[in-house]
Design a protein around this ligand. Sequence first.
Ligand code: FES
Length: 61
Amino acid sequence: MYVCNCNGLRKRDVASAIEAGAVRPRDIFVRNQCTAQCAKCVCEMREMIQESRQAFALAAE
Ligand code: FES
């Protein structure tokens, strides 16, 4: 499933960037060697970052 159609970024590409330390959509683009074009995917990227943070916080409790 694609998160970013402009750059062909799949969910696993975004998840991998987040696991590698991306904390904002811009970091995800940089880690995948591309840039935002239409930016329609930014909301979904932010949601994935937020979900990752929440999962990390729960694991730390
Ligand atoms: S869908 Fe990601 S920049 Fe357009």
